[in-house]
Design a protein around this ligand. Structure first.
Ligand SMILES: O=P(O)(O)OC[C@H]1O[C@H](O[C@H]2O[C@H](CO)[C@@H](O)[C@H](O)[C@H]2O)[C@H](O)[C@@H](O)[C@@H]1O
Length: 382
């Protein structure tokens, strides 16, 4: 993912789309790898981009002022088209481009006929509403029940920027697959015994054998070091908090007075300039420091599909629901594979690689319930 600077707002792009041959390098969790296929020791390539690839390219303040810089531009364009400053009218116009997944449910269901749906869900802003304190981003009991129900009928995975343990703790369901740290920490089923240096066998909390795919494992000491430095250096900035997401670190500025955002960025820059193998990106009022490896939620999505034996587009319909710019990597993968649907969760018009939209976590819950109802009724009709 790189930011192109030829727009007033950043445009997220992938540096190199995945090819099947590159997928051959992910074999650890996979059931399909051709026998004898050579394992590349460098199974996760390094990114070509530099340390401050996101923020420095476009200007750090712009990037921090809006966690979704495309938002303003896009709203302005839509308002201009409608000659109306009315946000609801702008949203309705936006829905023409990204139809509601609820309103389009029949269409989605008819496309899913005869196929197995595989569901991928982001956490913050998708299953739980965005709140001021990241520690309080709990999921409602109703949502937990909806996710539990949907997972009875469809293979379901959570792909989050949080640490895997943290998001597992929030969701609290054992019947799902979990990928934390933006996909850099995936717990999946044991599928085969071919050794992969990024993959280790482990046991989950229930004692089941699982495979752990951690392509950035060597970065753990570095991430811990950076976390401690950031905690120390930001301690006097009121409202700034630092979160250790295991393979990445989040520096939150949602609760920092806007006059001090520059100080937050300077602190982050001061620390990461010593680590050329780390890069800086940003999400919703958060700066994120992560390894420079070429790995993101899109690659995690492909990895999970393959490891679960669900990569055949002819009989599988992957659906990915997410609200953040990091989810765009996954939407893009689905679009490029022409297989499955990205559903973008947003209350306001923003450019996306998704096909459909939902307004907020409440609508996400309705969508999950609709999937269950549809599945039950279609089983009844057989
Ligand atoms: O991939 P996700 O599951 O969406 O995680 C992305 C980041 O989410 C969290 O931060 C965001 O949600 C917080 C709680 O609502 C909010 O306070 C914060 O401003 C948002 O950026 C999480 O704390 C981060 O570590 C994740 O990277």
């Amino acid at each position: 993912m790189e930011l192109q600077s030829n727009h007033s707002a950043p445009v997220l792009t992938d540096s190199a789309p995945l090819s099947k041959s590159r997928l051959g390098g992910y074999r650890g969790l996979m059931s399909y790898s051709p026998p004898g296929a050579a394992f590349s020791p460098l199974s996760v390539p390094w990114r070509k981009t530099g340390v401050f690839d996101d923020v420095r390219t476009i200007g750090w303040l712009d990037a921090m002022i809006s966690s979704s810089p495309t938002h303003k531009k896009f709203t302005k364009e839509i308002n201009h088209e409608l000659s109306s400053p009315d946000p609801e009218a702008a949203y309705r116009a936006w829905l023409l481009k990204y139809p509601s997944a609820l309103a389009s449910f029949e269409q989605i269901a008819s496309f899913a006929k005869g196929k197995k749906i595989a569901l991928f869900l982001d956490y913050d802003g998708t299953l739980s509403p965005i709140v001021e304190n990241p520690e309080n981003a709990v999921m409602s009991e109703d949502m937990r029940f909806a996710v539990k129900e949907v997972a009875k009928y469809f293979p379901t995975a959570i792909i989050s920027g949080r640490s895997r343990d943290k998001v597992h703790e929030f969701v609290g369901l054992t019947e799902l697959y979990y990928a934390g740290s933006h996909g850099m920490d995936i717990m999946g089923p044991v599928r085969q015994s071919v050794p992969d240096r990024n993959c280790i066998q482990s046991t989950d909390k229930q004692g089941n054998e699982v495979n752990l795919f951690q392509p950035a494992r060597e970065f753990l000491p570095m991430i811990d070091e950076v976390f401690s430095s950031l905690v120390r250096i930001t301690k006097d900035i009121k409202g700034a908090t630092v979160e250790n997401n295991k393979f990445c670190v989040s520096v939150h500025y949602r609760n920092v007075d806007q006059d001090n955002w520059k100080s937050v960025w300077e602190c982050v820059q001061d620390v990461i300039k010593k680590y050329p193998r780390l890069r800086l990106t940003h999400g919703r009022k958060v700066l994120e420091i992560r390894p420079t490896i070429d790995w993101d939620k899109g690659k995690a999505l492909e990895f999970l599909l393959e490891s679960l034996g669900l990569s055949n587009c002819d009989d599988v319909l992957p659906i990915y629901v997410g609200d953040d710019r990091t989810d765009e990597d996954a939407f893009k993968v689905l679009r490029e594979r022409n297989c499955g649907y990205g559903i973008f969760v947003s209350k306001s018009p923003k450019e996306s690689n998704a096909y459909f939209s939902l307004r907020d976590p409440a609508e996400v819950m309705e969508f999950l319930k609709s999937l269950v109802t549809w599945k039950k009724s279609s089983a009844f009709m057989l």
